[in-house]
Design a binder for this molecule. Structure first.
Ligand SMILES: [Zn+2]
Length: 193
């Protein structure tokens, strides 16, 4: 049985305006997670890009990566992507993280094979500095995760397993450079094409 992807409620009161964002608001969203966790979301045994199946370029979007992004979209906006609205969901940038080599990994490093994807929601084509939302994939059962999130992860240790997607406002890291970092990546990717 695949794991469920869940965006937990915001721990702030009132909730941070991007947790969850209103559907009308133009927003650039990046998600990043460890492959072994994201892979659990798919029941058909498909996998995220990896060293064995690397991504070709930042804008040649991986099919599984797009599926992951659309799962997150549904959690964010409580609906599917509208295929008739070309600015509803516009993938902009993807990247693959690989640290450590096969067979010579440190105990923690061997799990760090990850994938990130950025998409736009109603961002005007000529806006190269839109507001951004960073979200990270989190395993609530992983004790190392607790130090990165300000949520009570114990609430989400469920069966079937839950994989959390946590917006920056509920993370320990403040993400003051998120907007610049995410928009720089998209700008570079656009330039290269
Ligand atoms: Zn929050």
């Amino acid at each position: 049985m695949p794991s469920r992807l869940v965006i937990p409620p915001c721990e702030h009161n009132p909730a941070h305006p991007n947790h969850l964002p209103s559907d009308e608001k133009p927003l650039r969203i990046q998600m990043l997670g460890i492959n072994s966790l994201i892979d659990q979301l798919f029941e058909d045994g498909i996998h995220m890009p990896s060293q064995d199946r690397p991504i070709v370029s930042p804008v040649d979007f991986d099919e599984v990566g797009i599926r992951f992004a659309k799962l997150a979209f549904k959690q964010l906006y409580r609906r599917d992507v509208d295929p008739n609205n070309t600015s509803d969901f516009v993938p902009r940038y993807q990247y693959h993280i690989y640290q450590g080599k096969h067979g010579e990994c440190q105990p923690w490093e061997h799990t760090i094979e990850g994938y990130g994807i950025t998409f736009d929601h109603y961002v005007p084509e000529d806006d190269d500095d839109p507001e951004t939302l960073m979200m990270n994939v989190c395993d609530p059962s992983d004790s190392q995760s607790a130090s990165y999130y300000s949520l009570d992860l114990g609430l989400y240790k469920t069966n079937p397993a839950t994989v959390l997607l946590v917006p920056r406002c509920c993370q320990v890291r403040k993400g003051t450079t998120d907007r610049k970092g995410i928009n720089d990546q998209v700008r570079e990717a656009k330039k290269a094409n």
